[in-house]
Write a protein that binds this ligand. Structure first.
Ligand SMILES: [Zn+2]
Length: 61
């Protein structure tokens, strides 16, 4: 599994010095995502495959 930093957006890798971050957890692991990328998590989570392990199994809302 790829290392991740829970203090940066899983998608664009910006940290909270650059953008506000929203915390989430998935399968017991904590992540952060910025508001710009929350719609991807909601509507197109398969795009997070490789960034969020298991994202390919998520169902779009
Ligand atoms: Zn982002």
């Amino acid at each position: 599994m790829e290392n991740h930093n829970e203090d940066e957006c899983i998608f664009c890798k910006r940290n909270d010095n650059e953008v506000p971050l929203v915390g989430l957890s998935f399968r017991g692991i904590k992540y952060s995502i910025c508001p710009q990328h929350i719609p991807i998590l909601i509507h197109d989570p398969q795009k997070l495959a490789g960034m969020l392990p298991g994202a390919e199994d998520m169902v779009a809302g």
